[in-house]
Design a protein around this ligand. Structure first.
Ligand code: PLP
Length: 211
């Protein structure tokens, strides 16, 4: 069993002389074959750089990873996934404020009930909720909650559970084995570490949900 530090540097065994880290692929288009569509054909659908990143994060988090253009792109995708009029979303009152804005300014006008609770406090009822979003440690207060216990309660009520793992990163906490359905992250922060990229990702334990 290899540790996180070894697993996150790359999965493919290279031939002698190959670069250990493939350089970023900047092409937006790829050569086509007459018989079949190759894995990479147009950059918006995927490219080898994204694939390498998604494989490394997915390996660390134990699921299927999809990279997004920012943390908020990742979060708002998951928050909208099952939001329908008459459903409810539960999220932290002390978490990243833009997530709360997505809930109050975009989901609530659609008829979604928004239930907030303090990360370290008592959770509200999950009845009628389709998504419970946790952020632990929370930004900015660094409050924590029990992912396993809350995931059990949320699943019992029929809700999916997403954990914003931006602060912990997969090196500090792995929400999927604790029962979460999604990990969402702003990779603009600790995971990239140098303040030079805007990036996000969603990792899902179930390949069907990830698709
Ligand atoms: C906990 C948390 N989630 C989400 C985001 C949003 O990420 P981004 O700025 O990459 O869109 C941030 C940004 O600060 C954050 O701290």
């Amino acid at each position: 069993m290899t540790g996180d530090g070894t697993r996150c540097v790359g999965q493919a065994a290279g031939a002698p002389g190959d670069p250990v880290h493939p350089g970023p692929v900047l092409s937006s288009t790829f050569h086509l074959a007459p018989e079949e569509l190759p894995e990479y054909f147009y950059g918006r659908a995927g490219n080898p750089t994204w694939s390498a990143y998604e494989a490394a994060i997915g390996e660390l988090e134990g699921g299927e990873c999809v990279a997004f253009a920012s943390g908020m792109a990742a979060l708002s995708t998951v928050m909208r996934l099952r939001a329908r009029p008459g459903t409810a979303v539960v999220l932290p009152s002390d978490g990243y404020y833009i997530s709360r804005l997505v809930a109050s300014e975009e989901l609530a006008p659609m008829g979604v009930e928004v239930r907030e609770f303090a990360t370290a406090g008592s959770p509200p009822s999950f009845a009628g909720a389709t998504l419970v979003l946790l952020e632990t440690p929370s930004n900015p207060g660094l409050e924590v909650c029990d992912i396993r216990a809350l995931a059990e309660a949320a699943h019992a009520a029929g809700a999916l559970v997403a954990v914003d793992n931006t602060t912990a990163t997969p090196l500090g906490q792995k929400p999927l084995p604790l029962g979460a359905d999604f990990v969402v992250s702003s990779d603009t922060k600790a995971i990239s570490g140098h303040g030079d990229v805007l990036l996000g990702h969603v990792t899902c334990a179930d390949p069907v949900l990830a698709a």
